[in-house]
Design a protein around this ligand. Structure first.
Ligand code: HEC
Ligand code: HEC
Length: 368
């Protein structure tokens, strides 16, 4: 099947030749424990992503090549600069919440790729939400926000947590009154919007301007994507190759941010169980959206755990093992004849990765 995928996609056959058939691994001096000849891979991964072996992509998937993350635009005017400073302060200010206890940064911490390290978000009064805090690196580029795509702009998104009783438990009115009570905010607001007092869409736009400039730290993966694959050790390089080919990850995790920003059911809706979450369907009520969630960016993913919309995976190797098994059959539920049974994406398949290959894929994820 794997070979067929290469041929169908017109990928160069050489990449396949870097792998030893298991029978002659022992006889081949330069194959490592994984059964791959790393020198051969190094040769194929010279230069930039467009010159690398083509990824294995299913028919009809509008994929994009790996690419550098577009840099943030610095503020162009003094007013934009003041708006960004104001937004940065507001993002970190618990004064915006009902009881002054929770800020955006409580749940979106820079050192954790802007998540909070918890399986499910915990808001004011320790109330627990039903999804995990999202990492924010995809947010500046995503046409639809949240796990289920229910917000269409960062400005619209920002009011959500402020008004959500399970998050910041406040109201726009209360937050606006608080902001008006801080003299420093009034100074920045005047520089940013040229008026005293601020309309809700103005301070919400200030918060959005902060989220818009968030970027992941640069890593060895960025060096590789810029053309220097020597920055990757052997395991990371093999992981990159598997990510593109045998492990099929690039069907959904592609482009600069390693996300297609689309919605897929990878089999985690817990249909028919206590933790059921039907994802985008709960917003659109379109049966095609049953159990689908937006593909997360994998930039900074090692720092973002526990993973998935419900934080059920405490480690990355568990995730890769689950993908390897085709994500199991958790979508069956009790009632297979229920017309609203979520259907797993056809891009999720059993992968037949070896233990060494699973380790290599994790090594690549850890360097993103
Ligand atoms: C109590 C924890 C909590 C607080 C406080 C919080 N968030 Fe979130 N944030 C979440 C959760 C949970 C999600 C995912 C919700 C969902 O998809 O249903 C999320 C999603 C987001 C997203 C969407 C990311 C994407 O790629 O779609 C952005 C942007 C965001 N939050 C910014 C903010 C801002 C700005 C604030 C402050 C105004 C804030 N958050 C406050 C928990 C929190
Ligand atoms: C069919 C599209 C698709 C394919 C193929 C795919 N993913 Fe995903 N991935 C997703 C979606 C959608 C989610 C979020 C699902 C959820 O939370 O329910 C996700 C989540 C993840 C997460 C958790 C990220 C986080 O912040 O929670 C990791 C890690 C991950 N994928 C890695 C991989 C790897 C490695 C591969 C290849 C073996 C892969 N994915 C293949 C769509 C895909």
């Amino acid at each position: 099947m794997a070979l067929g995928a290469v041929a169908r996609d017109g990928a160069p056959a050489e990449a396949v030749q870097c792998q030893q058939a298991s029978a002659d691994t022992a006889a081949t001096a330069d194959a490592d424990a994984s059964g791959w000849r790393i020198d051969c891979l190094r040769q194929q991964y010279q230069g930039k992503p467009g010159q690398w072996p083509r990824p294995w992509i299913d028919d009809g998937v509008p994929w994009q090549e790996l690419a550098p993350v577009p840099p943030a635009q610095p503020p162009a005017t003094a007013a934009e600069q003041a708006r960004l400073i104001l937004g940065t302060a507001l993002f970190h200010d618990p004064g915006l919440s009902g009881k002054g206890a929770v800020s955006c940064a409580t749940c979106h911490q820079a050192v954790r790729s802007f998540t909070d390290g918890l399986p499910l978000a915990v808001g004011e009064d320790r109330l627990m939400g039903k999804r995990r805090s999202q990492p924010l690196f995809a947010a500046p580029f995503a046409p639809l926000l949240f796990w289920d795509g229910r917000a269409a702009s960062l400005e619209e998104q920002a009011r959500g947590p402020i008004e959500n009783p399970l998050e910041m438990n406040s109201s726009l009115e209360k937050a606006r009154a608080y902001i008006a009570s801080v003299p420093q905010y009034q100074q920045w607001a005047e520089a940013a919007f040229g008026s005293d007092g601020m309309a809700d869409d103005e301070w919400l736009s200030a918060i959005a301007s902060f989220v818009r400039v968030l970027r992941p730290a640069s890593t060895a993966a960025d060096a590789a994507i810029a053309g220097d694959t020597q920055a990757l050790d052997d395991a990371q390089l093999l992981g990159l190759h598997l990510f593109r080919t045998k492990a099929r990850c690039m069907n959904c995790h592609h482009g600069a941010l390693l996300t297609d920003n689309r919605f897929h059911n990878i089999g985690l809706s817990f249909f028919g169980r206590r933790n059921q979450d039907l994802g985008r369907f709960e917003h659109t009520r379109d049966p095609a959206d049953l159990g689908t969630f937006r593909t997360p960016s994998l930039r900074g993913v090692a720092q973002a755990g526990p993973w998935m919309h419900n934080g059920i995976f405490p480690n990355l190797s568990g995730i890769v093992r689950m993908y390897n098994a085709g994500m199991g059959n958790m979508e069956r539920g009790n009632t297979t004849d229920d017309p609203l049974t979520p259907v797993k994406s056809p891009h999720i398949q059993e992968l037949n990765l070896t233990d060494e290959e699973i380790k290599a894929l994790v090594a690549w994820l850890e360097v993103l």
